[in-house]
Design a binder for this molecule. Structure first.
Ligand code: NAP
Length: 494
């Protein structure tokens, strides 16, 4: 069950927003009456209400907006109980002043805007002595592992307990609390109506993360990185899971670099089944894995962790995605020239993707040359992987069959830039740009103008995600659907 929080400055505006929200059939609505700056009439708010409600009147010390006296605030809570509200939120320290009456459930609450204290069990125990129907514990996550302690508390509680962490590090607990047994979680009705740091939108909670379908059988996955807010993976995997009716939830998980090993160990208690891994955790993920595969070891980085036979396996799905994307690109070549084997490949860049591309091409029998803006980095990669290196300024003179751009040049917003000039291209080449925002980069436009075969970063992105999907869900990925989802999201302004 999701409790949608609503707060407005004016009484009439809150009533109107509540009526509008009720048309969408929320299970439970929290009316934040402390937000109302005009004259408050609780009985009028409760009269003919279209849904069950929680009445909350938060004081300033708990980051609420109540500007009256404490006596008046307690009177509001009593009035809500007399009015028959389904739940009234009563802070732990005032619980004794608000007697039980009628059918109204007492939601005894504790908030901590600083941290997640170590004595959570003691706090919870204290709250069980306040005659609660539901206990609500909301803390602040300063480290990802704080979520684990809060979620474990729900599991062991003898009184129904809603518990989660605020802040962007706390998102996992807001979504997984129901899986641990919390009777409901909270979400914001709209971005403007966000009540607490890190609160998710009701739409996302329902439609993207499908909170109401999450059970103890639901498998948990996520993408780890820092930053992570703009990752397309949650959209791609969550919608793909739904498309094939796979019982899984996929979350964006920000983990600071210094916390990654500890967090991965701690999250085992939440029974996580797999992770996509992005910057800066690809090396740490490889170190964490008990069973790294050949490709991850070769590249020295992992973009995928998955649990199999009780052990953490690491792989790098960029490798297969690069090979497949090049192979498909070569299908327009003459029949006797469609193999990667024996091809001259020029790779632009010396970062993580370049490293994966060098390994993928070399292992398939190509002769690889790399070039990079920073010569030192190119030299180091060349020495490490045993490939030729040419100066960045001389890249246009290099003869090659396949050109792969692994730099970020041409990426949004610098869409008119290209790392390779048009006159340096010729029609016998395959040009593969790993940049996928936009799909049709300047380099690919040049390549088409010259009549080259082309391959896009979007193809690679979907292929690496599709391989992850297969490892996570144990079934083939809805690749066309994933491609369409990605295209649509790239077309939608954020
Ligand atoms: P990275 O490790 O940060 O490497 C970035 C590379 O771009 C370096 O070689 C860097 O050169 C070069 N570069 C940056 N700005 C440049 C400029 N103005 N002129 C010339 N070279 C420049 O990043 P990465 O993880 O390898 O990712 C590289 C690109 O691959 C990303 O930008 C993204 O577009 C693409 N990518 C695609 C996929 C996919 O699935 N299609 C997945 C991940 C990434 P220096 O060494 O000189 O700084």
């Amino acid at each position: 069950m999701i409790c949608v929080s609503l707060g407005r400055r004016r009484h009439s505006a809150l009533k109107q927003a509540y009526r509008d929200l009720a048309k969408l059939n929320p299970d439970l609505v929290e009316l934040r009456v402390d937000w109302i700056m005009s004259r408050l009439n609780v009985a009028r708010l409760l009269k003919k209400r279209p849904t069950p409600v929680v009445i909350t009147c938060r004081r300033e010390q708990d980051k609420g907006r109540w500007s009256g006296t404490e006596e008046q605030r307690l009177a509001v809570l009593r009035e809500a109980i007399i009015g028959g509200a389904e739940y009234v939120d009563i802070e732990e320290d005032v619980a004794a002043s608000i007697p039980r009456y009628g059918d109204t459930k007492r939601l005894i609450s504790y908030h901590n805007f600083e941290d997640t204290p170590t004595d959570l069990s003691e706090i919870h125990q204290r709250m069980t002595e306040c005659d609660p129907d539901v206990i609500k514990i909301v803390t602040t996550a300063n480290r990802p592992s704080d979520n684990v302690r809060v979620l474990e508390l729900i599991k062991s509680a003898t009184v129904p307990t809603v518990a989660f962490c605020m802040g962007d590090l706390g998102m996992i607990s807001r979504i997984l609390c129901g899986r641990m047994g919390a009777p409901f979680t909270y979400a914001a009705g709209s971005r403007a109506g966000e009540m607490a740091p890190g609160q998710l939108l009701w739409d996302d909670m329902r439609e993207l993360y499908r909170y109401d379908s999450i059970t103890s059988d639901t498998k948990v996955f996520g993408v780890i990185g820092d930053p992570i807010a703009h990752s397309l993976s949650p959209l791609l995997h969550s919608t793909a899971f739904h498309e094939v009716d796979f019982d899984g939830v996929y979350l964006p998980l920000r983990i600071p670099a210094e916390d990654v090993q500890q967090t991965l160990q701690e999250y085992d208690k939440l029974d996580v089944s797999g992770y996509s891994v992005t910057i800066p955790h690809k090396h740490a993920a490889l170190d964490f894995a008990e069973v790294p595969d050949v490709q991850a070891k070769l590249i020295g980085a992992s973009n995928t962790l998955f649990k199999a036979d009780g052990k953490w396996h690491a792989t790098n799905t960029d490798y297969d995605a690069i090979v497949k994307t090049v192979e498909v690109g070569l299908t327009t070549f003459p029949e006797d020239a469609r193999e990667i084997k024996g091809k001259q490949v020029l790779i632009l860049g010396a970062g993580g993707v370049a490293r994966a591309a060098v390994c993928a091409m070399q292992q398939n029998g190509a002769a690889v040359t790399i070039t990079n803006r920073s010569a030192d980095r190119a030299r180091a990669l060349g020495e490490d992987l045993g490939c030729q290196v040419v100066d960045w300024e001389q890249r246009g003179e290099q003869v090659c069959d396949i050109l792969i751009n692994c730099t970020s040049v041409g990426m949004h917003p610098n869409v008119s830039e290209s790392p390779f000039d048009l006159p340096w291209l010729n029609e016998s080449m395959l040009v593969f740009d790993t940049v996928y925002t936009p799909e049709n980069t300047q380099l690919l436009e040049y390549a088409k103008t010259r009549g080259c075969a082309t391959a896009s970063g979007l193809d690679m992105f979907v292929r690496q995600a599709a391989r992850q999907f297969e490892l996570f869900a144990g079934q083939s990925a809805p690749t066309d659907f994933m491609m369409e989802t990605l295209r649509q999201s790239l077309l939608t302004p954020s």
